[in-house]
Write a protein that binds this ligand. Sequence first.
Ligand SMILES: [Zn+2]
Length: 337
Amino acid sequence: MENAAAINTKITDKILHDRFTQYGKNAREWLRKCALLLPEIEKREIWRKRGFPNIYEYARILAGMSANAVNDALRILKKAEDKPALQRVIEEKGINAVRPVIAIATSETASFWAEKAREMGKHTLEVYVKEFQKMQQQELEAAGWYIDKTQNNNQSIFRTGTENRQTQALFPEIKTETIQMEINPRTADELRKLKGSGNWDELMQKFIELYKEKLEAEKPEAVRSESRYVPVAIERHALAKTNNTCAFPGCNRPYEILHHTARFSLTHEHNPDALVPLCKAHEQLAHLGLIENEESAPSEWRVRTLRDSAYEKSEKFKIDQKVLKYRANTAPTASGA
Ligand SMILES: [Zn+2]
């Protein structure tokens, strides 16, 4: 009989690759199953009964699990103990799928987060959690609540005194931010001259307005087309608005997808006002229907916690579902997508 190595030299690249992918997928699935057993094994101290010095050695020798993987599994599964909805996601998709939400999910919000963990990739979920926390904080602040971030983990929330709120209303606090820039001394001098006796914010606003006017004046016409291929001039215009970064407020990741905010399949149009560069996570949120005001300027965008019911009845929703399904079925590539 021929040995396995000899057989491997005869098969095609595709079969060789497919086989490896398949085996890898199975290996991961079985490792997931192992991880799920760990809390009970630890509880019953089965490792001791079987002569292992600790659970780490038990898991390493029997399943090739690293100490980190064991700690992770025990920690996350412990937190999911009273959250059956998250436990089901762990069984289906593994521990990593719930990692981004495990710290914020409560027994009341577990089903909400389970649904998000099921429909989003891990990276998108991380981005969503961040946006969600930001939004939550803004809502609390708007309602006169104050989150004490110095109390790590267990965030304490205080209501600011009524007196305090009235003072704030009379003298609205102007929020400022300091940006450090590395620039050529000559540029710095020119900027100081341009600022003169004014302030930096005014000068920057002026530049922003001028740049926007310039882009608007040079804006190419929208093009109706049957081809998804975005004409170069329109692409260049869309990318110039953010200099190739994601357009979502607060996101600084490089753009990966030029996104049609009104969906190309519906409009058959490449409209420079409706094309926005996005990173993969924010593009996925858009197709999940979780970006409010998607068809307005990105500065108006906010993440949603629930999909709008009108959207769920729309053609856009049907298209988005197809896009998500298509993306989920596309094999992962070396870029880890
Ligand atoms: Zn982004």
